[in-house]
Design a binder for this molecule. Sequence first.
Ligand code: NAD
Length: 495
Amino acid sequence: MAGKKNLERLKLYIDGGFVESEKGSTRDIYNPANGQVIALAQEATVEDTRKAIRAARKAFDQGPWHDYSAQRRGRVLFQVAEAIKREKEKLARLESANSGKPIVEAEFDVDDAATCFEYYGGLATKITGDVNPVPDQALSLTLKEPIGVCGQVIPWNYPLLMAAWKIAPALAAGCAVVLKPAPATPVTALELAKVFAAVEDLPKGVVNIVTGDGPVVGQELAESPLVNKVAFTGSTAVGRSILKAAAESNMKKVTLELGGKSPNIFFADADFEASIDGALFGVFINQGEVCSAGSRILVEKPIYKKFVEAMSEKAKRIVLGDPLDRKTKMGPLVTSTHRERVEGYIGAGRKEGARLVLGGKRPGGKLAGGYFLEPTIFDQVNNQMRIAREEIFGPVAAVIPFDGEKEAIELANDTPYGLAGAVWTRDIYRAFRIIKQVRAGILWVNHMQPTYVEAPWGGYKMSGIGRELGKYGIDNYLEVKQVHINLNEGPIAWY
Ligand code: NAD
């Protein structure tokens, strides 16, 4: 392919430098809106990954980073935040071109990424220990220390924001990191690497970014005895393999942010128009490629028929189109393989007897060259069908009827997942009853999806282990050290 010569060759970011992988092999990076190759990314080997881990190890063990004062570390994070803001337009365009997300959403993501560095920059100076009230003549202290070298593995749906969620709290805590972006969407993480390279007070080796295959780079991060902690966001299946690898190597600490099949529950007394918007936004935002997507839409029987009709009518107004066009509400799916996977679920829904009310097809015309898929709505779904049980991670809504609160809760909890959920009602007492009984890590009332760096994020059941964001997010990167200082001079009573 002669055209490839002109493509940018993205590099690995290891020990403060931009380098090719040892074998020099690359992966084509696509624009999913038109199927064109936009860059070449390094396909790192196990040895490349080890090089990055050794750099992080050295930066952590020998470097000055974790001896920096908290203020100084915080200031480094503030500088990163400012640089992200300066680069907003470029980062948003790159994110949109590489992941297919609408430009307006990509801009939100860039803002959120900057806010994440600001928040954790501020939190760096709020890491405090305790004085424990022990009964003896002793001073018992609890100190918080950085956990060490962290392997961080992220998915493709929010490439820049997921990198920020991982790197910012780790740096605030004083850790060194090796981040692995998803193979299809490395562009903005590597742009972020340029920001790290330009921040003068960030020692080399503290941040490393290695692109490549999950079972190669990700697996090495999970297995390496030199890594103290792995933070993973992705599918439940890969989360399980990471947990196993961590257990079988050096018992490194693990946090997992995994999949979901979140219920979005609508009662007949809720504001109807807001509910329709909430149902659509909850499941179709970011093309449905959202871990907390409200993909099971539970609707109370008296309004079920009217609800499905109104939802389908309004969904026709969702503009599917070029992600760089500001009017676009839904872009393409991330890869052609992923679109095929989502289409497989549409087929399964039909086969199992759900009724396809809207969508299900690839749009033609100008969009035919990209990996687009229409917003798709099924009704007459029961909670045992595959489209109601398995995470589709695409624009497919399963609308399920229920009869009263008890059944709503039973259906909401009848899933192996427990990431998120929402309830729509004007009855505040009912809202509280529901949110107390739904087994999930994030519950919204009369909204779905707002996410803030100040508030914790993570799942119950098979949706994960641990919490990111907020004050919880920094604890993942801190060890707790208990110190006992004897205040009694003289011999110890035992002798
Ligand atoms: P994925 O699990 O296939 O991949 C995630 C990352 O893991 C990628 O970087 C991939 O290369 C890497 N990986 C793959 N195999 C690996 C292995 N054997 N060892 C180590 N790393 C490996 O997930 P995906 O398709 O990229 O992303 C979609 C999934 O992510 C969905 O299940 C979604 O729910 C989940 N997700 C969860 C959250 C959350 O906060 N809970 C947020 C976003 C996405």
